[in-house]
Design a binder for this molecule. Structure first.
Ligand SMILES: Nc1ncnc2c1ncn2[C@@H]1O[C@H](COP(=O)(O)OP(=O)(O)OP(=O)(O)O)[C@@H](O)[C@H]1O
Ligand SMILES: [Mg+2]
Length: 359
């Protein structure tokens, strides 16, 4: 698997999972690979029982992750909700990797998702030659998760139509999937559950019916609440992504990350960090994930075109790309920010100059 662009969590963190598995003595829910405590340690990082280091995958409130893990051990499904870029998919992937060792049973829900992608489809050649049979049935990730007592991930649940969403009601409440064509049903094995993600800022989403909502426990993942926490997340992820892309991370990256996060937080919050100047906010949501993307883009530019260290010149066009989502409205917001705030800050002079140039 050496040449795979991005390995699933259970492979890229296999050694940590193996350590936790071999040292885990806590009681486990049926068919779980790890005890709930060990799953939380895997997600939030810390020490294994014998003192080996486990890296943090999610940086944030322990309670939220405990609630998420505890939910998955019940008969209710888990819905991770939050604005874009708050690590919903990331947490869902790592939870699945830690709990059932497979994070690849994913259904990406879109406006075009139909029931066949949720329940099962048919292999039409087989169906025509032999008629309906289990062999002609094409299982979906949800079907396979039920059969094997593992987790199925539903990405962007609210993007699919409400009628299709409601297909899940029987699955979640009765833990079975009827197959009327065969006069049969799949009964979920113990260990089966669903982790869905949805973001509450998107256009074109379909509200969950209250019948379905009742079958989910909702955990809201917030944007990081202070600058230091956000810096910690970004520094860590940029270092990891730099390593996986074979791009060296220059020493000054930490300082530049701090500047970029300052710009993001001020624009996102609608005022300067010292609270003295009120600002207009751009239409996009300038998440932590976007700050990570800006920095990784900048690193790549510095590596391939720059002089090795990271400068405002390498990052500025990415910053503009992240902030200006609406070419008219956001441009005005950014121009105003440059003139009223950045122009007056000596340590941001490079950014003022370079952003102005690309804007
Ligand atoms: N609190 C956090 N701890 C660790 N990583 C984080 C945190 N917040 C954001 N990230 C990073 O942000 C990146 C993007 O997160 P992810 O794609 O999971 O967001 P999302 O909430 O699913 O967004 P969307 O709604 O757009 O799908 C990940 O690489 C993740 O590491
Ligand atoms: Mg996502």
């Amino acid at each position: 698997m050496g040449n795979i662009l991005r390995q699933p969590a259970e492979l890229s963190f296999q050694s940590e999972l193996d350590i936790l598995k071999s040292e885990d003595t806590g009681p486990k829910p049926s068919n779980w690979q790890l005890s709930p405590q060990a799953v939380v340690t895997y997600l939030l990082g810390g020490k294994s029982p014998s003192g080996k280091e486990i890296s943090a995958k999610y940086i944030g409130n322990r309670r939220l992750i405990e609630t998420a893990v505890a939910t998955l051990a019940t008969d209710r499904a888990l819905l991770l909700l939050g604005v874009p870029g708050t690590a919903k998919s990331w947490v869902s992937e790592h939870l699945s990797a830690a709990i059932c060792g497979d994070s690849t049973q994913v259904i990406q829900c879109t406006a075009g998702t139909d029931e066949n992608q949720i329940r099962y489809g048919w292999n039409y050649a087989q169906l025509l030659s032999k008629g309906p049979s289990k062999d002609a049935l094409v299982p979906t990730p949800l079907y396979r998760a039920m059969e094997s007592g593992t987790l199925c991930r539903l990405e962007e649940l609210t993007r699919m139509g409400s009628d299709v969403q409601d297909t899940l009601i029987t699955v979640l409440s009765e833990k079975m999937l009827p197959i009327p064509e065969l006069n049969d049903a799949v009964f979920a094995e113990r260990g089966f559950n669903v982790i869905a993600t949805a973001n509450n800022r998107d256009k074109g989403v379909n509200e969950l019916s209250s019948a379905l909502k009742r079958r989910f426990n909702v955990v809201v993942l917030p944007l990081p609440n202070d600058l230091n926490q956000e810096l910690e997340i970004i520094n860590q992820r940029v270092a990891e992504m730099g390593a996986s892309l074979d791009i060296p991370v220059p020493k000054n990256a930490v300082d530049e990350i701090k500047k970029v996060v300052t710009i993001f937080r001020e624009l996102r919050g609608g005022e300067t960090l010292d609270g003295k100047i009120t600002l207009k906010t751009p239409t996009g949501n300038l998440s932590t994930a976007e700050a990570i993307a800006v920095m990784v883009g900048g690193l790549s530019q510095a590596n391939w075109f720059g002089g090795g260290s990271l400068s405002a010149e390498d990052i500025s066009s990415n910053i503009v790309g992240a902030i200006v989502k609406d070419p008219v409205q956001d441009k005005v917001v950014l121009e105003e920010y440059l003139e009223t705030v950045l122009k007056k800050r000596r340590d941001f002079a490079d950014y003022y100059h370079n952003i102005n140039e690309v804007l």
